[in-house]
Design a protein around this ligand. Structure first.
Ligand SMILES: [Fe+2]
Ligand SMILES: [Fe+2]
Length: 385
């Protein structure tokens, strides 16, 4: 399906630059342009728009008011803001209204890259069952502000791990959460890590980045004891899958980049469950199935809700702008995967780790040393039955 994109900016020159910017590229999306929020809302009544890219500072109705309106009238539309970092932006972040920020000025290539990656997952982004379910949840997690700041910091030529640690430390709740995870048995760090700088130095920036992203899904507020237990179980399982995935990649001599990506995918693969948990109907129906096997659980979700955590999780991460390998791997993690043991893909790594995590104990040493040999393959085939 082709995506329909609406650009809203009060400056005619900027709209013109968008109009001409895309001409040299052969694109399979449709564009619409509005020079005020009012005109934008008008177009929305006539066209089935999928993505809105809006300026922030506009006369009459400003970008924030406009996007809040879009959110309440058309909750399924992806809302992207064009802006620089400012205090104003901070206010927007706290309103939970923006899915992605694109900083101004942006090049045609950057913008196209971003939109094309959304186009690639357009079937997911326009999936009626996913949208229907998400519209019943009033608070969807948004990309943590801190994650974006880390990304900006990482683009600098003189990246400093200490600077990154300091950015995270400003958020006390997040810092406490990360330290708690880092000190859990999973990381088997020989010392008690009391501050973020040490944590970043021990685990590396990619693991910390993954933890920052994942932590936005771990919110206990409003949960019953039973739901809290479920959330904790998902969290533990996800950490274990992340560790196993990363060990599998490392011990198969895959690059560090692939191992880091495998870690991120492992950590996030079941986050759809945590978003779904905020729908009370979900816990009423699903918590009783906590102990059935992974694929049957996914199927039960589909039976009840016509969608499942693999769709919901992939959708949220797609809207956040995570790369397509991550999104698609998570989307398909309960589909039949044929594993080529000599040529592991992220999809097969996740499948192996997901099933292995349910069948081995939490011994970090064992997990670190997991490697693929005949013995492991035989055991895995037994587990998968
Ligand atoms: Fe899953
Ligand atoms: Fe899982």
């Amino acid at each position: 399906m082709n995506l329909k994109i609406l650009f809203v900016d009060d400056e005619e020159e900027i709209l013109d630059s968008f109009r001409t910017m895309f001409i040299p590229f052969k694109l399979n999306w449709e564009t619409f342009f509005a020079n005020s929020a009012k005109e934008g809302l008008d177009i929305l009544t006539k066209e089935d728009i999928n993505i809105v890219i809006s300026d922030m500072v506009m006369p009459e109705i400003d970008g924030l008011t406009f996007l809040l309106k879009v959110k309440s009238l058309y909750p399924h539309i992806i809302r992207i803001v064009l802006s620089g970092f400012s205090d104003y932006e901070k206010a927007i972040t706290s309103t939970n209204v923006v899915h992605q920020f694109i900083s101004k000025p942006c090049s045609a290539e950057d913008l196209i890259l971003k939109i094309n990656s959304l186009q690639e997952i357009s079937d997911l982004l326009t999936d009626k069952n996913v949208i229907k379910f998400l519209n019943q949840i009033d608070k969807l997690p948004i990309v943590p502000d801190i994650y974006r700041k880390i990304e900006v910091e990482l683009k600098k030529d003189d990246v400093s791990l200490n600077n990154i640690a300091d950015i995270i430390t400003k958020d006390i709740v997040l810092t406490a959460k990360i330290l708690q995870i880092v000190n859990s048995a999973f990381f088997s760090i020989p010392i008690d890590v009391k501050d973020l700088r040490t944590a970043v130095n021990f685990l590396g920036i990619n693991v910390i980045k993954s933890l920052v992203l994942a932590s936005s899904f771990f919110d206990y507020s409003g949960l019953t004891n039973e739901e809290m237990n479920f959330l904790e179980k998902v969290w533990k399982h996800s950490l274990k899958v992340a560790q196993i995935s990363s060990s599998l990649a490392k011990n198969s001599k895959l690059s560090k980049a692939i191992a880091d990506e495998a870690y991120l995918i492992g950590l996030l693969h079941d986050i759809g469950k945590l978003s779904m948990l905020t729908n009370k109907d979900y816990s009423a129906k699903m918590l009783q199935f906590d102990n059935i096997d992974l694929d049957s659980f996914n199927q039960k979700e589909i039976d009840y809700f016509q969608t499942s955590h693999s769709f919901i999780g992939a959708y949220i991460l797609g809207v956040w702008g995570l790369d397509n390998t991550t999104v698609k791997t998570i989307l398909n993690h309960h589909n039949n995967v044929s594993i080529d043991w000599n040529n592991l893909t992220q999809q097969s790594i996740l499948r192996i780790a997901d099933i292995t995590a349910c069948n081995i104990d939490d011994d970090p040493e064992k997990i670190k040393n997991i490697k693929i040999d005949d013995d492991f393959i035989n055991k895995f085939n037994e587990m998968e039955k």
